[in-house]
Design a protein around this ligand. Structure first.
Ligand code: ZN
Length: 500
């Protein structure tokens, strides 16, 4: 029965239906923020979602609670989709007019980053709610989790195909929750997830999911079609609108907060480009000051570092390593402690020809945490990397780049003996599913910046393809003499800069 439920979801994800109605008011800046982003992801909030479900007066009410979470997640994604288009238009304009393009100063880029954070938090809430539904199913109502999923499928059917692919990531996450329960977890395991450690579920079942989803897709082609909801069922309800309004409030607050961070970075870049000469370059070393943070704009001419965040991934990281090897390039992998813990052997393999760096344990927005939590996120990950590779990481990247102008965060990074590494080229490969447009976006920014740090993620299938295409493209241009792209390892670039 579980298989059938997922066949429905997977097939719905691949069907094409009309675009949904999206509120254009979402990003309006005159909305008064009532609830800050910081309050969204707290365990108490997750608990509230769960209790709304499990202790709701009716099952219908419980269903609504989960559905609202799912709507919110989708809405966050729809907004990033809009901003991605605007970002690309801004980039095209800059390239056509021969202007420089600084990420830190682009409004649409800031919005994408903020929504990325909101989306991650929403996803965790949905997964947690579904986890509770599974638990409720086990103890009281065998069918409850199935009903939650079938309601979810109605939301999916209202999305465009590009949007469905991303929501498809969520269905695959929910499948992991189901696998977790199928593996007959101990009461201790369940308690751990209930304490909010959602990412841990993924470690437990990583690798099995893709295979299972594949089998399901092949086995149930017709049932999925028959189970498509009618048009009538797709009509937006009032509560959906409320969720959207709530999201708008969060966005307004969070954009302001992150904008301040990014503006500080932009100011630092400005000082650098106007006041400094190559002869006056300071040594780059762990510190809370400007020389403890790299953006790529300080690199020697035509010099590039390729970086990968959020891994390692069970299958995709190895494919990225192959591409790098084929082109003789050494990359830097900013890895999550939670994933390092699950795959220490893979981390050791990455470290052979590449640099393994710190990206926190569970990808929080560090500026929202207390000093002790920040320290623990960083140190715990450093310990795990040292255990896997034999040496402590020398570089660190804050999730969402958030924390570079925050003294508490910067101090913790410097105390751990690391240089912070920002980026000046963002491929936005986590959102764009098309490898060739990812490469186009990267090339445009590289042309505008002439040197720097390129940001990819080694956890998405489209990224694996795009990385290869980009390395081939820069090779072709260099060989043809029409331009020069020198890919170097991050430690060697720092060494080179410190030696001049
Ligand atoms: Zn990240």
């Amino acid at each position: 029965m579980k298989l059938l439920i997922f066949s429905t979801l997977v097939l719905l994800v691949s069907c094409s239906t009309p675009a949904p109605k999206v509120s254009s008011e979402l990003a309006s800046s005159d909305m008064t923020p009532q609830r800050s982003l910081a309050s969204v992801n707290k365990v108490e909030d997750l608990e509230q979602v769960a209790s709304e479900m499990v202790f709701a007066p009716s099952e219908e009410k419980a269903m609504e609670a989960v559905s609202e979470q799912i709507n919110g997640y989708q809405e966050a994604y729809l907004r990033t989709h809009d901003y991605l288009k605007k970002f690309d238009a801004d980039l095209d304009h800059a390239v056509e007019n021969g202007e420089t393009f600084e990420l830190a100063k682009n409004n649409n880029y800031q919005r994408i980053l903020v929504l990325w954070d909101i989306r991650t938090r929403m996803r965790d809430k949905v997964i947690y709610a579904y986890f509770k539904a599974m638990k409720y199913s086990q103890s009281r109502d065998q069918g409850f989790a199935s009903k939650v999923l079938s309601r979810f499928s109605k939301h999916i059917s209202a999305l465009t195909s590009a949007e469905k692919r991303t929501v498809g990531d969520l269905t695959s996450d929910l499948k992991k929750v189901q696998d977790f329960f199928d593996s007959k977890p101990s009461a201790q395991d369940i308690a751990r997830v209930e304490n909010g450690d959602v990412s841990w579920i993924f470690e437990k079942v990583e690798g099995r999911t893709a295979e299972v989803v594949n089998k399901i897709q092949k086995a149930f082609p017709s049932q999925g079609q028959e189970l498509l909801p009618s048009k009538k069922e797709l009509i937006q309800e009032e509560k959906d609108q409320q969720e959207i309004d709530q999201m708008a409030k969060q966005l307004s607050t969070a954009t302001t907060e992150l904008s301040q961070e990014i503006e500080a970075e932009a100011a630092a870049l400005e000082i650098e480009s106007t006041d400094r000469t190559p002869q006056a370059v300071a040594k780059y070393a762990p510190s809370v000051g400007r020389t403890g943070n790299l953006t790529g704009s300080e690199f020697p001419a035509n010099t590039w570092a390729i970086t990968f965040d959020d891994g390692p991934h069970a299958s995709r990281t190895a494919l990225v390593l192959e591409a790098l090897k084929d082109y003789g390039v050494s990359g830097t992998f900013f890895q999550l402690g939670s994933a390092v813990k699950a795959k220490p052997t893979l981390v050791a393999t990455v470290a052979k020809n590449n640099t393994v760096a710190n990206h926190t344990f569970s990808h929080p927005q560090l500026t929202k945490l207390g000093a002790a939590e920040v320290k623990s996120q960083i140190k715990r990950t450093g310990d795990l990397i040292e255990k896997a590779t034999g040496s402590r990481p020398k570089f660190m990247r804050c999730p969402y780049g958030s924390g570079i102008s925050n003294s508490k965060v910067r101090q913790a990074i410097a105390d751990e003996g690391m240089i912070h590494v920002f980026w000046n080229v963002d491929t936005l490969d986590w959102q764009d599913k098309n490898p060739s447009s990812i490469v186009q976006r990267a090339m445009k920014q590289m042309i505008a910046n002439r040197k720097g740090i390129v940001l990819f993620h080694d956890i998405h299938p489209q990224s694996v393809k795009a990385i290869r295409l980009l390395l081939q493209k820069t090779n072709d241009i260099t060989q043809s003499g029409k331009g020069t792209y020198k890919w170097k390892s991050l430690p060697s670039i720092v060494q080179e800069m410190n030696a001049r």
